[in-house]
Design a protein around this ligand. Structure first.
Ligand code: IOT
Ligand code: MG
Ligand code: MG
Length: 505
């Protein structure tokens, strides 16, 4: 049975030869903390773990190796089949990965379908691994004799500078790099020498399938992804009433003995409440509506950037209403399923019906998602909840990306293959409902624009002003270490506009 939260949702680890260590880290994610220190060969490991009650379950120690694992696996059954016959099945994901490390070494990370960030250390070596899409962000600072890693960049704020590694540098954080998606960094701690190994890449080829085979394949893959994520608890689906989240909710409801929970957010400016209600009624979920006034919503922008550590203003507009929702859910920590990410492999955001352009958009989005942190569990962890995204399951993503564009746009519909795959579990009006982005349906984009125009931004500069506001907030809460409660969005806007909004360079 999958509990509401994995054993650990984040960590900071310090592997050092000199034995010194950093002060207590700051995380945006809420969780209990376990702190410990251990010796491994000539290295000391200091670890701070954000856990949900059983920190030992997030670690595995065997044959001089320590593994620290934040997150969870979705292909446990397949992985169990790889263990030597007769061996007792490991009781935790950390122990399972460690047992398979015995057999495969770093190549174990090519086998995992999960949502995780991990550290493995043995005999002077540190391995840092992300899941196939880097859905749990992982940052690293490397210097000879020292490897520091954390699931939030701000947790490495006080670390001494590091040397360049083959990974993306974090803005204004000397020597902090983000481990790429689908990558293991194999680091020799004594020298700081770092070799990256890719464990996943988006498919480039496209599959030609008859309609029925395409829809069956999609249906089976999404069903499996929902089943492995829902576990034994009652899931909560964040539901807009669009096809992506409605399909997740309908599939979760079908396999649940009890009614599932669904929740929709709206603002005083806009909502999709009627659309979500149709779905909730159809699947018999216990449904809630949460209205966040726009003035309050915009005040959560610093918290969104703090949690996602994201510099992209479009992405922040998608994540802001969701962060506000996660902060408002309240109660004990929930397991939240979303429909996030379906639009990326299916080209849903682009409202594009020319097939070459649709596939160009899919290629572009699959080339550029890394580092945006839009799937980060920290967004909901600021409210104490764990999210998981079935459409970015490794198998689902492999299927969706690789379908030829004519199955994505077909019979005059966008995301055709998904709509057709779900036509028997949802009312027709839901299956054919046109795409509405969360930033549109909640009035977030329009309200952020209005805030800037009212503060004096020229209309043609609004997009650039948003980029500068997000960057300034990032500099304050991620680089500067300020708490987002202390960052007033209005004063950031005034400061940015006061300095003048130049066109993008
Ligand atoms: P959208 O697809 O509208 O929403 C993403 C998910 O957020 C939904 O599936 C649903 O689970 C949740 N959600 C949306 N609106 C609400 C609501 N009112 N109440 C409760 N939950 C809601 C943007 C977008 O269109 O969101 N996200 C795109 C792609 C981002 C682009 N990224 C990129 N190019 N790297 C997506 O694919 O989700
Ligand atoms: Mg969507
Ligand atoms: Mg939507």
């Amino acid at each position: 049975m999958t509990p509401n939260s994995p054993a650990a949702i984040g960590f900071r680890t310090e592997l050092r030869q000199d034995g010194g260590h950093l002060t207590e880290p700051v995380f945006a994610a809420r969780g209990s903390r376990a702190t410990w220190q251990e010796r491994a060969a000539d290295l000391t490991l200091h670890a701070v773990l954000l856990h949900s009650g059983a920190p030992d379950e997030a670690c595995a120690r065997a044959r001089g190796r320590t593994l620290v694992f934040a997150g969870e696996l979705y292909n446990r059954d397949a992985l169990h089949r790889l263990l030597p016959p007769g061996r007792a099945l490991p009781g935790t994901d950390a122990a399972l990965v460690s047992a398979l490390f015995d057999v495969y070494d770093l190549h174990v990370f090519r086998l995992l379908n999960g949502r995780f960030a991990a550290l493995v250390t043995e005999s002077g070596r540190a391995l840092l691994a992300t899941d196939h899409v880097g859905s749990v962000p992982l940052y690293v600072r490397v210097a000879p004799g020292r490897v520091l890693a954390a699931t939030e960049a701000k947790a490495l704020r006080d670390a001494p500078p590091g040397r360049p590694v083959p990974a993306r540098p974090v803005r204004r954080k000397t020597g902090t790099h983000q481990v790429p998606a689908g990558t293991v960094l194999d680091i020799e701690v004594a020298t700081g020498k770092c070799v990256p190994h890719r464990t996943w890449a988006p498919p480039l080829a496209r599959r030609i399938l008859p309609e029925e085979e395409a829809t069956d394949t999609v249906r089976r893959a999404v069903e499996r992804a929902v089943r492995t994520r829902a576990g034994g608890s009652t899931p909560l689906v964040v539901l807009s009433g669009g096809i992506d989240s409605s399909a997740v909710a309908a599939l979760a409801a079908r396999r649940s003995a009890k009614p599932i929970d669904t929740v929709s957010m709206g603002t005083d400016a806009a909502d999709e409440f009627p659309q979500a209600r149709v779905v909730a009624r159809h699947i018999g979920s216990a449904h809630r509506e949460i209205t966040v006034p726009i003035a309050e919503l915009l005040r959560w922008l610093p918290h969104t950037v703090w949690a996602a550590e994201c510099l992209d203003p479009d992405i922040v507009e998608y994540l802001l209403p969701l962060t506000a929702l996660y902060l408002r859910i309240g109660g004990p920590g929930r397991r939240v399923l979303t429909g996030y990410g379906a639009d990326i492999p299916l080209g849903g955001m682009h409202r594009e019906n020319r097939l070459p352009r649709l596939d160009t958009a899919v290629c572009h989005d699959m080339d550029t998602f890394d580092g945006l942190n839009e799937m980060s569990p920290t967004l909901s962890a600021v409210g104490g909840h764990w999210t998981t995204h079935p459409y970015w399951d490794r198998d689902v993503l492999d299927v969706l990306v690789s379908l030829e564009a004519g199955l994505k746009r077909r019979h005059g519909q966008d995301k055709w293959v998904l709509r057709a795959a779900m036509s028997d579990v949802l009312p027709h009006e839901v299956v054919v409902r046109p795409k509405l982005g969360v930033h549109e349906g909640s009035g977030t984009s329009a309200s952020f624009s209005r805030l800037l125009v009212d503060a004096g931004a020229p209309r043609e500069r609004v997009r650039e002003a948003k980029r500068l506001v997000v960057r300034e907030v990032f500099d304050q809460v991620v680089v500067g270490g300020r708490h987002p409660d202390d960052v007033a969005i209005d004063s950031v806007v005034d400061a940015v506009l006061g300095a003048g909004v130049e066109p993008a360079t």
